[in-house]
Design a protein around this ligand. Structure first.
Ligand SMILES: NC(=O)c1ccc[n+]([C@@H]2O[C@H](COP(=O)([O-])OP(=O)(O)OC[C@H]3O[C@@H](n4cnc5c(N)ncnc54)[C@H](O)[C@@H]3O)[C@@H](O)[C@H]2O)c1
Ligand SMILES: [Zn+2]
Length: 358
């Protein structure tokens, strides 16, 4: 069992990473003796694979375990879905001493976390992420949210879980394309903060793609450690440090949005976004070609796209209208070298040139 502590004073918690932990949650939950009732929130795909093993394990801890299973998909991260969940919790007589266990990808984690943050002014919840993206990113850091017609994740809270339990074995049933989305975030961690981790990924990518559990545990641990380090220093995105996690994301979000969220997936957008951000850094003389090539190669080996060839004009327009555009300049997280990024204002003209392939 590998453990990463997230130090946030009275809101501190531990992330436990271990192959097989999914079936042993009951044993671990004995650390929370005062809980009256446990409600697992999951989605139908995850329930099909893991519903039984999770419930059986949890029943060794509390007899009163209920499961609420939502339809899979980003559309579920909505206020109507949250309201459905509140209704179900009231039907189950869930009170303030109940515990929500979110078992699934980022959609389940964000929605169940948001419901936990708001139901009766907040009840305890535990994250059990089952996609690579959720294991290295969305389950750690306490950002919970639902989407709104005005944009993604606009209704939400900073609400930390009581603990996170990660079982890399769940990745065996994850569709390959979902794994790629998570791998892009994994690679991002190396680029923003840890050159030796980047080298480790470069060396061990074949084992990661073969889902070798020992290597996966190490990789997930390292990502959680980096995310925890950032979150501890900027829990509510106030000092600017947390923005380094958004490397590749301003451009990535624009790529997703311009495609109407139907073209490129999040990780794909971020992969192309990191390459474009590096091209901007290169154009500004902040970094060198090698930094670009190293990223491109590892991302391609991980199965992610690294060239954006679609509507670069629409992309530029989107960026300029995005809230981050201020008086002719745009803010980007840019790499200086592998392991170090900086937040910089970039002249819009430079962005336009780079997007146009200059
Ligand atoms: N809170 C944060 O800090 C944060 C950070 C990054 C992303 N997010 C959010 O995370 C969401 C994306 O999360 P995601 O990529 O995990 O998507 P997801 O939750 O939609 O899961 C992807 C798909 O995989 C299925 N699935 C999950 N685990 C599985 C398993 N082990 N085996 C087989 N199938 C499985 C799901 O049913 C779904 O169909 C977005 O809504 C995004 O906004 C939040
Ligand atoms: Zn991301």
């Amino acid at each position: 069992m590998k453990t990463v502590k997230v130090n946030l004073g009275s809101r501190s918690y531990k992330i436990h990473i271990s192959a097989g932990v999914l079936g042993e949650l009951g044993r671990h939950f004995k650390a929370y003796p005062d809980v009256t009732k446990v409600v697992v929130i999951t989605d139908k795909n995850v329930e099909r694979f893991y519903g039984e093993i999770v419930t059986k394990g949890l029943q060794t801890y509390k007899q009163d375990v209920s499961v609420i299973s939502i339809d899979p998909g980003e559309e579920q991260k909505s206020l109507p879905s949250a309201e459905d969940l509140y209704n179900r919790l009231f039907e189950l007589d869930m009170d303030r001493r109940g515990l929500i266990v979110a078992v699934g990808g980022g959609v389940v984690g964000d929605l169940a976390g948001y419901v936990a943050a708001t139901y009766m002014r907040g009840i305890a919840y535990i994250q059990v992420p089952t996609t690579l993206l959720a294991q290295v990113d969305s389950s750690v850091g306490g950002k919970v949210a639902v989407n709104h017609a005005n944009g993604k994740n606009l209704i939400g809270a900073f609400y930390q879980p009581k603990a996170v339990y990660i079982d890399p074995q769940t990745l065996k049933t994850l569709p390959r394309n979902e794994l790629t989305q998570g791998l892009v975030e994994v690679i991002k961690y190396g680029i923003i903060r840890d050159a030796s981790f980047f080298d480790y990924l470069d060396k061990h990518l074949p084992e990661i793609l073969r889902l070798e559990l020992g290597i996966l545990e190490k990789v997930i641990e390292n990502c959680c450690r980096i995310k925890a380090w950032v979150v501890e220093r900027d829990e509510r995105e106030e000092t600017g440090l947390r923005s380094i996690l958004n490397y590749g994301h301003t451009l990535g979000h624009a790529i997703e949005a311009v495609g109407g969220y139907k073209g490129h997936r999040h990780g794909e957008g971020v992969a192309m976004g990191m390459i474009l951000a590096t091209s901007i850094a290169l154009r500004m003389g902040l970094t060198n070609e090698k930094v670009l090539e190293e990223q491109r190669q590892i991302l391609q080996r991980a199965g992610a796209p690294t060239y954006y060839r679609e509507d670069t004009e629409a992309l530029f327009d989107f960026l300029c209208h995005d809230k981050k555009a201020v008086a002719g300049s745009l803010k980007f997280v840019l790499p200086v070298k592998i392991g170090k990024v900086v937040l910089k204002e970039v002249d819009a003209g430079i962005v336009k040139e780079v997007l146009a392939g200059g």
